[in-house]
Design a protein around this ligand. Structure first.
Ligand code: ZN
Ligand code: ZN
Length: 373
């Protein structure tokens, strides 16, 4: 099979491999998926340029995956999916599916409670084991066992289905926010820090789930225009390399909110300035979700009294469970409020992987999808 293999920073090689090739025990088992489409995530670019502590090279990257079964399979789902019952799923060859890239250990307290994304010994397809920038990907038994292959309805295309996984991750963040506000937000002003695909999915969810007033803060003109088209009430374009950047952004958001600040801030950018901005614009009772991964060894100073006296909730959210992927499919299939196709701007062949990574890195569009292998 054709595969793009990551070896080390700035070193991805296009190779022919045996599709039964396996670099670890986990990959010898499970079921084989033929790739239909795989989106390029900012994470893939970060790994390509800098490597990552989670990545065990050589490995095929790519975790936003839509494929079809290359062989029939039957598996029992281990825990709480999708409605609390344990049941068996039979999938035949050719079934179109999306993938949860989570490979849980099934032997820790988080796996015991169905929180597989928090597994203490988490493996990830496209990170620690081979992912979707290849003609085939092998899905390990532990992923099958949590219902990590989810069949797709016909109304979702292969391309838009690649964004079901990121949508599920964003939904995970919203579930956590919701658990703090019990559906009641005093003031529905959301600020999304980051104008990339993830920021724009958050924008769509904030509009759809809360009818929120949404301010999107970013640096890229065409992305902020896309945010406007998707219903952002305000967009704020930050100037590159400006010393006073967090301070001026804070002032502008406070001006836009009559000095009140925002009830929810979502950090959807790895730029650490976003932390300072989020703290500066928080109203009392505000929730700040650190959704994006940040550069390693970054420290951030926080005044505990500010958290205490203002009842600030600083939360994080990471990845998603198969249950959330299931919910995301239902949400996207309604074709109301959430438009995944509007996030996809470029299509590339697997042979054009460098171009695809470059388009992503240079913010030339929104999501790039590899759709031909
Ligand atoms: Zn991703
Ligand atoms: Zn575990």
């Amino acid at each position: 099979m054709h595969a793009a293999v990551f070896y080390s920073p700035n070193n991805i090689s296009l190779e022919e491999r045996d599709h039964k090739f396996s670099s670890g025990d986990n990959q010898r088992r499970g079921v084989l998926l033929r790739m239909n489409a795989c989106a390029v995530c900012g994470y893939d670019v970060n790994v390509y340029r800098n490597g990552h502590i989670k990545v065990r090279a050589p490995v095929v990257l790519g975790h936003e995956i839509c494929g079809e079964l290359a062989e029939s399979t039957s598996f029992s789902i281990a825990h709480s999916y999708p409605d609390g019952d344990v049941y068996k799923l039979d999938l035949v060859e050719g079934t179109r599916v999306v993938l949860s890239p989570v490979v849980p250990c099934m032997n820790c307290m988080y796996c015991d409670s169905g929180q597989y994304n928090l597994c203490s010994n988490l493996g990830e397809i496209g990170s620690s084991i081979d992912g979707g920038f290849a003609e085939f990907v092998r899905i390990p038994n532990n992923t099958l066992g949590i219902g990590g292959l989810i069949p797709l309805p016909d109304c979702l295309t292969n391309e838009e289905s690649t964004l079901i996984e990121p949508l599920a991750c964003c939904l995970n963040g919203f579930k956590r926010i919701n658990s703090l506000v019990n559906d009641r937000l005093e003031d529905k002003t959301f600020v999304i820090l980051g104008d990339g695909p993830i920021g724009l999915i958050h924008l769509q969810l904030a509009k759809y789930l809360y009818g929120a007033k949404v301010i999107v803060v970013g640096r890229v003109g065409h992305r902020l225009q896309a945010a406007r088209n998707m219903g952002a009430d305000f967009v704020l374009e930050l100037e590159e390399n400006k010393d006073t950047l967090p301070t001026s952004a804070i002032k502008e958001v406070l001006d836009l909110t009559d000095g009140k600040g925002t009830s929810v801030s979502i950090i959807a950018t790895p730029n650490p300035d976003a932390l300072e901005i989020a703290a500066g614009i928080a109203s009392k009772n505000s929730i700040i979700n650190i959704f994006a991964g940040m550069p390693r060894h970054l420290s951030f100073q926080l005044d505990p009294n500010w958290v205490h006296y203002n009842q600030i909730a600083l939360i994080g959210s990471f990845s998603a469970t198969p249950k959330l992927i299931h919910e995301s499919i239902t949400l996207a299939a309604k074709k109301r409020g959430i438009s995944l196709s509007s996030i996809i701007t470029h299509r590339c062949k697997l042979d054009e992987i460098y171009k695809a990574l470059e388009i992503t890195e240079e913010f030339l569009g929104l999501r790039v999808v590899i759709n031909s292998f």
